[in-house]
Design a protein around this ligand. Structure first.
Ligand SMILES: NC(=O)c1ccc[n+]([C@@H]2O[C@H](COP(=O)([O-])OP(=O)(O)OC[C@H]3O[C@@H](n4cnc5c(N)ncnc54)[C@H](O)[C@@H]3O)[C@@H](O)[C@H]2O)c1
Length: 267
């Protein structure tokens, strides 16, 4: 039997990058998947890939009405939900706060915390009841930025630390019915991660700038030399979302290719 057979799994921020890779993996593992994203363009492009048994819906996770609509569609079509995987996010451009005005910092904070923290909290709130009915799971995305400096700027880092803590608190509040865990990736090769409007970086892909320099640096300091694609994280998320996980809640798996497992004495 496949890991996610008979599982109905919702993925937020599934329009590209990590969420899309996870959605494809979960589907291959037998799940019915509901892919959602704020971008109508991305959802349109995915509509044919996730048709038939699956669903592709536009959903801004910062909007209660969008989340409620999504829940209504899911209950109408499937009458149940087994897991919510959160994968949305935006980056802060890795700009040091000394290099921005106070007004920009103020806007940047609100923009990133809306998507990267409030989006997860509202999603958890809206879907808790339906997951509870089915002894379900939540799996949220943080980052190695929650564990060490220089994984982004101050605001992105603060949002990822907040998600890490949120996972612990939600696991406590939703026990024993819902298991809540997280994954902290270091890098995702095929990401489309965008920057913030506050710094006029919302049309710019952030995660691989400058691509060659980043790849070289990453390979020189991580233990597992390869830069993983989104799909490579699929198995971790699928396990945590599945009923097979009877042993973990309130934890975050650091999936960092060994990046944090070294000091710097040896070349
Ligand atoms: N790219 C990396 O190297 C990296 C490393 C560690 C962690 N992460 C985290 O992984 C997650 C996925 O990022 P990615 O790199 O795959 O980027 P991505 O941009 O490819 O995917 C993120 C998706 O979230 C969507 N989104 C943004 N705001 C939303 C909202 N309000 N409601 C619903 N969807 C929204 C975007 O449209 C996009 O499709 C993020 O949380 C990111 O912080 C990324």
């Amino acid at each position: 039997m496949s890991l996610l057979e008979n599982h109905v799994v919702l993925i937020t921020g599934a329009g590209s990058g990590l969420g899309l890779g996870i959605a494809r993996y979960c589907k291959a593992q037998g799940a019915v998947v509901i892919v959602t994203d704020i971008s109508s363009e991305k959802i349109q492009q995915l509509a044919s890939e996730f048709s038939d048994h699956d669903l592709a819906l536009i959903c801004d996770v910062t909007k209660i009405a969008d989340l409620e609509y999504c829940q209504q569609q899911i209950l109408q079509k499937y009458g149940r939900l087994d897991a919510v995987i959160g994968a949305q996010g935006i980056f802060d451009g890795n700009v040091a706060i000394k290099n921005m005005s106070a007004a920009h910092l103020d806007q940047l904070f609100d923009e990133l915390f809306q998507v990267n923290v409030k989006g997860y909290l509202l999603t958890a709130y809206i879907f808790a009841e339906v997951l509870k009915a089915n002894k379900g799971a939540m799996v949220f995305t943080t980052s190695t930025a929650a564990y060490a400096a220089d994984g982004g700027g101050a605001v992105y880092t603060a949002t990822k630390g907040a998600i890490r803590s949120l996972i612990q608190q939600l696991a406590f509040e939703f026990a024993p019915e819902i298991r809540v865990n997280g994954v902290a990736p270091a890098a995702i090769g095929n990401s489309q991660l965008k920057g913030p409007k506050a710094l006029n970086l919302d049309h710019q892909k952030q995660s691989d700038i400058p691509k060659d320099a980043f790849l070289n640096l990453f390979q020189s300091i991580s233990l597992l030399q390869e830069l993983p694609d989104a799909e490579d994280y699929g198995a971790l998320y699928a396990f945590l979302a599945s009923k097979q996980n009877k042993v973990m809640t309130g934890q975050t798996i650091v999936a960092d290719q060994g990046l944090l497992n070294r000091a710097v004495l040896t070349h």
